[in-house]
Design a protein. Structure first.
Length: 203
């Protein structure tokens, strides 16, 4: 776990070294007459890649805070180094302009790092959105299937209820017929008994 955390902080360390090392390049940033533009392009690509890995390893919030802190720290250190070693950086005459120029270098490299982080974060979010969309599609299909099953079960329940009601009606009719038959038989039996009693009384 400790090795993994240490490994994650290698990328911000390399970014800080790149920002500080950019101070030792020529003062003309994008001069097409020599190879300065190529050097700055390579540095920008490296910072972009470092931003990508910082976002992957440390995340957008933590990585962003670290990169912002590195930009401020590298700018302050650059200003201090250039101020104390003016002769080496040829900054005797136009000190203020040179300080702004060197500060802009750090800001530019930091901006490329943020750009790399942003692209990495956008692609990660797009992948997550694609996965969520697939899950939603699966859930929608399952929901449709569940609705169809529920509709089928409701239809079956209605059919069963109709059958039960029909059978209950038939049973009730049969019971009523039996009742009427028994009542008529009882009436006939009672009538026969009355006639027998009359005949017996006449005798």
């Amino acid at each position: 776990m400790f090795k993994r955390k240490f490994y994650n902080y290698i990328f911000p360390f390399l970014l800080g070294i790149l920002m500080f090392a950019s101070n030792f390049l020529n003062t003309s940033l994008f001069s097409f007459g020599n190879h300065n533009f190529t050097v700055w392009f390579v540095l920008s690509v490296l910072c972009f890649a470092l931003g990508w890995y910082i976002n992957k390893s440390l995340g957008w919030r933590t990585g962003g805070k670290i990169v912002f802190s590195l930009i401020i720290a590298a700018t302050i250190i650059s200003i201090m180094v250039i101020t104390f070693f003016r002769d080496y950086f040829s900054a005797n005459e136009l000190l203020t302009e040179n300080l702004i120029l060197y500060s802009l270098r750090n800001v530019t490299l930091g901006a490329m790092t943020f750009f790399g982080m942003a692209i990495s974060e956008v692609l990660t979010l797009e992948k997550e959105m694609a996965v969520i969309k697939e899950k939603l599609d699966v859930y929608e299909i399952e929901l449709r299937d569940a609705k169809k099953e529920a509709e089928l079960e409701i239809r079956e329940a209605k059919i069963e209820a109709k059958k039960i009601v029909t059978e209950a009606g038939i049973t009730a009719k049969e019971i009523m017929l039996k009742k009427n038959k028994i009542e008529s038989e009882l009436k006939g039996f009672i009538q026969a008994e009355k006639e027998l009693i009359r005949k017996y009384e006449d005798i």
